[in-house]
Design a protein. Sequence first.
Length: 255
Amino acid sequence: MSVINENISIKIKEVRFMSWDIASVQVAARPYHALALRLCGSASFSNGNINSDTNTGDVFYMPANCSYKATYQEKNEILVIHFESDLISEMENYRLNNFHIISILFYRLFDIWNKKEDGYYYSSLSVMCEILENISVQQSSSLRAETTKAFHDAIEYMEKNYTSVECTVEEIVAKARMSNTYFRKLFLRKFNMRPIKYLISKRLIYAEKLLSTGKYSIKEVAEMSGFCDVKYFSRVVKKEYGVPPSKLYCQITKY
């Protein structure tokens, strides 16, 4: 379960500013969780087989009852929230796009907590909820951006390689790094047709151009257009145009 979860309970213990110089230390397990905004510096944390890096502007979550090795490659400064919770999770780094907003929230929480004016605890909880909300929103935004880029990279791969028999729908989906179902949903939304139909249509258009030159045999056109064999190519052409490739060539040359 991630710290960004609406079902967890939270009890803030303290909000602190902390700093370190270059160091490598072994930290004993503590009975509380930590959520830290790194104001400057970078660090690496390891616990058994789990390793994580964090840099300036990142928010890092360290779970309770977790001993770890910390390596600080340079001077580090953080604002950290120590809290109790029923959360069970592993260390996690959140790389955010908008450091300005998250830093304002951390500084506001630090100020409220340490001034300890009337009602400070409830105000602190409110701001911490804002922090978690902002992390969640920024993470979702980053994920959408990554998904969009991966999808467009996959489409670009298809546009450049559709004449290769190795360019299959499965290969394109793998390039997009997403599930087959989700990729097909995005593809249908963008092109208003299924990926396989789009791929075949691209190959057929290219095959028409090759046939129109009169330089290549039907077998050669099939191979050069990305069809796995000439029989399959002939079936696709007959289904799409109502005539076999040899007759299609005759039709093309009439125009």
